[in-house]
Design a binder for this molecule. Structure first.
Ligand SMILES: Nc1ncnc2c1ncn2[C@@H]1O[C@H](COP(=O)(O)OP(=O)(O)OP(=O)(O)O)[C@@H](O)[C@H]1O
Length: 215
C-alpha cells in the first residue's frame, strides 16, 4: 500500500499566551497538515480566539512562535498573508456598505479582480439582498456576507472564529461541505465553534482542547 504524504502547513511551537496576568496556555505545540480540519475547543475565556489571532500573526505570543512551511511567519509575512484567510468575530463587514460592496471590498483587498459578486452571493443565499446595507441585514445574513469570500479564494489556510454563529442549519451543512472540499484540495481549516457539526464527524475532525485556567 502506498502511504500518502501529507505536508505540514502550520506549526505552533511552544506557544505561551498570557492575558491580564492569566496564563491561557503555555508551551502549546502542534502541527497542522494539508487536508486537516481542526477545531479549537474549550470553554468561554479559555483562549481560543487568542490562539487563532496568534496563528494568524495578528497578535504576538508571550513566548514561542508560529511556523508556516517551516519558516517563522514574521520572517515572510507577505507570502503567509497571501495564503491565509482569517475571518474573525467582527468578520470584516462594514455596516454602511451593501452586501455586494462588502464582498467586492474584501475580495479586492485580497488581490482578486475577476469574480462575479452576484454568483458568490447566491451561494450564500443572499440573492435579492445584494443592495441591502449590511447594517440592515439579519445577524445570519451579515455573517453570510462575511463568509461569502470563502467561495472565491485561493488561500490554503482558513482561520475561522465562530463561523457558524447565527447561521441556520442548512447554511451550516453548506459550510461543512465547503470545508470538506477545501481540505480535499489540500487546504486546512482551523476553526472555533461551540456548535456540533453534523457532516464533519469526529472521525474527520481533529480537536485541540484548551482548558480554562484560573492562574
Ligand atoms: N487584547 C486583550 N487584552 C486583554 N485581555 C484579553 C485580550 N484578548 C483576550 N483577553 C482575555 O483573554 C481571555 C481569553 O479570551 P479569548 O477571546 O481568547 O477566549 P475564547 O476561548 O475565544 O472565549 P469565547 O469562547 O468566549 O469566545 C479572556 O479572559 C479575555 O478577557
Amino acid at each position: 500500500m502506498v502511504e500518502q504524504m501529507t505536508k505540514t502547513l502550520i506549526s505552533a511551537k511552544e506557544l505561551t499566551c498570557i492575558r491580564q496576568e492569566r496564563i491561557l496556555f503555555d508551551e502549546l505545540s502542534f502541527d497542522i497538515s494539508e487536508g486537516e480540519i481542526v477545531q479549537i475547543e474549550g470553554p468561554n475565556g479559555a483562549g481560543k480566539t487568542s490562539l487563532l489571532r496568534i496563528l494568524a500573526g495578528l497578535s504576538r505570543p508571550y513566548a514561542g512562535d508560529v511556523h508556516y512551511k517551516n519558516q517563522e511567519i514574521n520572517h515572510f509575512r507577505d507570502e503567509y498573508n497571501e495564503d491565509l484567510l482569517y475571518i474573525g468575530h467582527l468578520a470584516g463587514v462594514k455596516s454602511e456598505l451593501t452586501a455586494e460592496e462588502n464582498l467586492n471590498f474584501n475580495l479586492s483587498i485580497s488581490g482578486y479582480n475577476d469574480f462575479n459578486t452576484q454568483d458568490i452571493l447566491a451561494k450564500v443565499n443572499l440573492t435579492g439582498f445584494e443592495e441591502a446595507l449590511a447594517g440592515h441585514l439579519s445577524a445570519g445574513q451579515h455573517r453570510r456576507t462575511a463568509l461569502a469570500r470563502l467561495w472565491h479564494t485561493s488561500c490554503k489556510i482558513w482561520l475561522l472564529d465562530e463561523p457558524f454563529t447565527a447561521i441556520d442549519k442548512k447554511g451550516v451543512i453548506e459550510l461543512e461541505h465547503l470545508f470538506l472540499e477545501h481540505a480535499e484540495r489540500g487546504g486546512c481549516i482551523i476553526l472555533t465553534t461551540h456548535q456540533d457539526m453534523g457532516i464533519i464527524g469526529d472521525d474527520i475532525l481533529r480537536k485541540i482542547s484548551l482548558e480554562y485556567r484560573f492562574v
